[in-house]
Design a protein around this ligand. Structure first.
Ligand SMILES: C[S@@+](CC[C@H](N)C(=O)[O-])C[C@H]1O[C@@H](n2cnc3c(N)ncnc32)[C@H](O)[C@@H]1O
Length: 274
């Protein structure tokens, strides 16, 4: 796999600011506003589109809350968050998770570490700064996992940018950790895996805007949920789907509700552990 260029890294890292701003603006999720204030204090105010009026912010809240629900319900003490960006999951899950490991590209990872240390100086989080599609990153991640403790591995707003080759690599790494320790991998369902909604004008516009913003050419190549299921299955993973909880603080329209009704979270297990 080709390593990301500096321009690609900058563009994809930027997408994390959009989502934390959406959560801070539309929800009461703890720590989101403090994180935004700290980003602004670091002279990065221009990156935080606090007034952005995307009509799809409800999807960010949906995935955030569903992930925390899954971790709390499963009482997972060990978590690996892929492409963590600036989410406050580690802060909000500190009563449940004792070994929190998160990975992102260097600039976002370092910024997150600085902010979280300011907000909760006594909280221990392992920050791995690196490319998730590099083997060296997984050697570091595996070295931080406590053997025999089931791991919840998850990704929000990250797999949507992936190619089939990248998912194949990821599936191999994840399956190994889950087969060794138990646990599961989960990710949100997204517009990318629903070609049937891509003709809705605001979704089409969003897809074009996000592809341009992230400089990621995969995002606009939609794949069906059936094809994605087959990919995970062929990698030796058991696939289950879960209805998301649609009680959200972010406002959404009737048309959005129809989109929401098509989405189901993805839960993946190693065959030997399920
Ligand atoms: C849309 S943001 C989502 C951030 C966060 N999960 C959220 O929901 O707010 C995508 C994140 O994935 C990170 N990312 C993208 N490609 C990556 C890669 N190859 N290795 C590590 N991190 C990556 C970006 O830097 C960014 O923080």
């Amino acid at each position: 796999m080709n390593p990301l260029t500096q321009a690609e890294k900058e563009a994809i890292q930027y997408t994390a600011y959009i989502t934390i701003a959406a959560l801070a603006k539309n929800t009461s999720i703890p720590y989101c506003r403090e994180i935004i204030q700290n980003i602004i204090a670091e002279n990065k105010a221009d990156l935080v589109e606090i007034n952005s009026s995307s009509s799809l912010h409800y999807l960010v809240e949906l995935r955030y809350k569903t992930s925390e629900k899954i971790i709390r319900e499963g009482e997972y003490q060990q978590v690996i968050e892929l492409g963590a960006g600036l989410t406050p999951h580690a802060l909000n899950l500190q009563q449940t998770v004792t070994n929190y490991i998160e990975v992102d590209l260097a600039e976002n990872s370092h910024l997150k570490r600085r902010i979280v240390q300011k907000l909760e100086p006594s909280l221990t989080v392992h920050y791995v700064a690196g490319d998730i599609f590099a083997s060296s990153t997984w050697s570091k991640l595996k070295g931080l996992v406590k053997p025999g403790v089931p791991v919840a591995i998850f990704a929000e707003g990250f797999l949507i940018y992936s190619s089939q080759e990248q998912r194949q690599f990821l599936g191999e790494q994840i399956r190994e950790i889950l087969a060794d320790n138990g646990g599961m991998f989960f990710m949100e369902d997204s517009l990318r895996f629903h070609p049937e909604v891509q003709e809705i004008p605001k979704i089409k516009n969003f897809t074009i805007a996000l592809s341009n913003r992230s400089k990621n050419t995969n995002y606009s190549k939609s794949i069906t949920q059936e094809d994605l299921t087959k990919e995970w299955h062929d990698m030796g993973l058991i696939v289950k789907r879960r209805e998301p909880d649609k009680k959200l603080e972010t406002a959404y329209s009737r048309e959005d509700e129809e989109v929401l009704d098509t989405l189901k979270h993805w839960l993946l297990f190693a065959r030997s552990t399920c």
